[in-house]
Ligand binder design. Structure first.
Ligand code: SAH
Length: 244
């Protein structure tokens, strides 16, 4: 089904969607639609809530401090990405933002900042990172928004590892080894990317000893963490994900 060309604006809304459903707009959304984009009554907007797919809606109330949309019909079903989590050690703000944005675009189901031995960040702004994931979904045509988790220690994550999930451990010590997932099976996976300082010897020893961990090289050059996150997701999606 093709969409009216004019309905280009895509908005994530935290409200159930359905035929005839009225969707109230948050102040910032109303400001964006009516003051910035200059939409008026009856103008089309595409909305998604992360559960019910994408819907064509029209402006029903356009106020200075609020407004509402009226849902007409579904334009795309919900498309859930493969069961892939991205664990990464937060780095500088702009590069962390980049990782979250790219992970959402590339089809991560969950984005989890992790504190490793050499991670510089003590805390993260989870709400800000979640907003980046939402913006990325709005922009890339996604109907699903990956959850951004709170910062957790790598040792706690490994101690509490979910049964049946495999780990693509991107190990910079393997630089130059063949970059491959081999014939690793499909199913629930996670990718682990270290901080700028890499993994500590203790972490590497522990990770290599885990039965669910697959140590992987990302080629002959040492990549920056943000590049490594994108490269790893590309490899995984191509081999085991929904790109094929
Ligand atoms: N300072 C470290 C590099 C860290 S790079 C060093 O000089 O060795 C940041 C992270 O990106 C690493 O922890 C790893 O997870 C990933 N990475 C970068 N290049 C990689 C490669 N060639 N193979 C596997 N992982 C890599």
């Amino acid at each position: 089904m093709s969409e009216p060309r004019s309905a280009k604006i895509r908005l994530y809304v935290e409200h159930p969607l359905g035929e005839g459903q009225t969707v109230p707009l948050a102040d910032v959304q109303a400001h964006y639609l009516f003051s910035v984009m200059r939409l008026g009554l009856g103008d089309p907007v595409l909305v998604f809530d992360g559960r019910a797919g994408e819907w064509l809606a029209r402006v029903a109330v356009a106020g200075k401090r609020g407004g509402a949309l009226l849902c007409e019909r579904q334009t795309r079903p919900l498309q859930v990405p493969p069961d892939l989590w991205l664990f990464f050690a937060p780095i500088k703000k702009a590069r962390t933002d980049f990782i979250v944005e790219k992970a959402a675009e590339m089809g991560a189901a969950r984005i989890c900042p992790v504190q490793t031995d050499f991670t510089n960040a003590e805390r993260i702004r989870q709400d800000r990172l979640q907003a980046h994931a939402i913006e990325a979904a709005e922009q890339c045509g996604g109907t699903f928004v990956p959850e951004v988790c709170g910062l957790r220690r790598l040792s706690d994550i490994l101690a509490d590892w979910p049964e049946g999930r495999r780990l693509m451990f991107c190990d910079e010590a393997l630089v130059g080894a063949g970059a491959a997932l081999g014939d690793a099976p499909r199913g629930p996976w996670a990718i682990l990317i270290g901080p700028e300082g890499g993994f500590s010897d203790a972490e590497r020893t522990r990770l290599r000893g885990l039965p669910f961990a697959h140590p992987v090289s990302l080629g002959p050059r040492v990549l920056r963490a943000d590049t490594a996150a994108v490269a790893a997701m590309t490899l995984w999606q191509q081999a085991l994900g929904d790109w094929g």
